[in-house]
Design a protein around this ligand. Structure first.
Ligand code: ZN
Length: 408
């Protein structure tokens, strides 16, 4: 979409096609991909940039990047989004799969996963429930020998579409995908069409929870590939408009993700069966405090640089890229640490920081470790002590302005 078109039509909500968006947050010139792997720092720095301009729809509560250009996105080889190297995440994934199996009575059934990544979750659903699975993802790479895949699961390296309408399933699962889709309403209509008349099928959706991002002022969770951000109200409205009958919406994983369960509605659902409150006050609070939060980190990192100390980020994914390209870090950050060996000796898009493994930290001996996802703080503390390291460890949320500061 050209800038001119954007100015004229960009603010009509793509989630409900009804409300108008008002802009509340902007980050210029960020890398359009934060999980691509670069083997040279200069190439990583030179990678293409785009702008983030977040707008909020006061009709359905949806948040989207009005400057998102899907032509700048290219999923495929070199795209590394798996979290499967973390024990904390694996435990969560395992529990989530068991929950889905119990919730939907998924034993000896058939599951289609839309946007299955490398197939870890679908494999869990197959193995834990004796199910058969079919996964769709254009970034699926059959040569990945490090991913344990179930023999009950098969995969198609393609987008799920009408072309696969004949594929039957008892459950359609779509996890961590909708946030990458710019026109969410037309996308969901497409999924609804592809599912067709399968009356006994249920749906399970999981996405990042926009209310969590707003409450935690989590500016590091805003990045270019995530063009769409859902609150419970926005997700409910979308699924209802696409003729799904929402049965439940709830947060999981310390509120970081949002889950929706739905059935296929026989008749068009005109109005949502239940109203979720809009997040308008959260938007206000985010807008009022995020600059203060960003400045607090910049000040701390400038102090680190001035004292000739060294800081590292723990987590070499999207959160790290967003953090580094949103705030002024000066020369304080040496590297990003990641436990995924596929990322070692690569460089982060945007700033070109190296990604290293935990063992490299012994030589680096950092003074400060910034934990990009506070959920992993315990896991990281023990990894550090096992290597005889005792840096200051701060979760990314550490400098969030206090309630008193918010009020003044
Ligand atoms: Zn809307």
């Amino acid at each position: 979409m050209s800038t001119e078109q954007n100015n004229q039509t960009g603010l009509v909500c793509p989630n409900c096609a009804d409300g108008i968006g008002s802009v509340f947050y902007e980050v210029p010139s960020v890398p359009t991909h934060s999980v691509l792997l670069f083997d040279e720092s200069d190439k990583a720095k030179a990678f293409q940039k785009g702008n983030i301009t977040l707008a909020h729809c006061t009709s359905c509560d949806f948040i989207w990047n009005t400057q998102f250009d899907p032509h700048l996105e290219a999923y495929g080889a070199g795209y590394e989004a798996t979290q499967a190297y973390s024990e904390t995440f694996n435990t969560f994934h395992h529990k989530l799969a068991q929950h889905v199996i119990d919730r939907f009575g998924l034993k000896k059934k058939r599951v289609i996963e839309i946007g299955c990544g490398q197939g870890e979750f679908l494999s869990l659903l197959c193995d834990l429930g004796g199910n058969e699975g079919l996964g769709f993802d254009p970034a699926y790479d059959p040569s990945r020998a490090d991913v344990e895949r179930s023999t009950g699961a098969s995969f198609v390296a393609d987008f799920y579409s009408d072309a696969y309408q004949t594929e039957q399933a008892d459950l359609f699962c779509c996890k961590m995908t909708l946030e990458h889709i710019p026109n969410t309403l037309s996308f969901m209509h497409g999924i609804r069409r592809a599912i067709g008349e399968k009356q006994n099928a249920s749906l399970f959706f999981m996405i990042p929870n926009a209310d969590y991002i707003l409450d935690e002022k989590a500016f590091w969770d805003v990045y270019y590939e995530h063009c769409s951000y859902f609150t419970p109200a926005a997700l409910r409205r979308l699924l209802s408009l696409a003729q799904f009958d929402v049965t439940d919406i709830y947060p999981v994983y310390d509120d970081q993700y949002l889950v929706a369960e739905a059935d296929i509605a026989g008749e068009p659902t005109v109005a949502p069966s239940k109203q979720e409150p809009l997040s308008t006050h959260r938007i206000q609070s985010f807008r009022n405090t995020v600059a203060q939060f960003r400045d607090a980190w910049s000040n701390r990192l400038n102090a680190v640089a001035n004292k000739k100390q060294k800081a590292v980020l723990w987590g070499g994914g999207s959160k790290a890229v967003s953090f580094l390209t949103t705030i002024e870090t000066g020369a304080s950050i040496e590297a990003a640490v990641d436990i995924n060996p596929h990322k070692w000796n690569t460089f982060l898009p945007g700033t070109g920081h190296p990604v290293v493994g935990p063992d490299t930290l012994v030589a680096l001996n950092p003074d400060l470790v910034i934990v990009m996802n506070p959920v992993y703080t315990d896991e990281i503390q023990s990894t550090l002590s096992e290597r005889g390291l005792s840096p200051e460890v701060l979760p990314i949320t550490h400098y969030m302005p206090s309630e008193e500061a918010l009020a003044s």
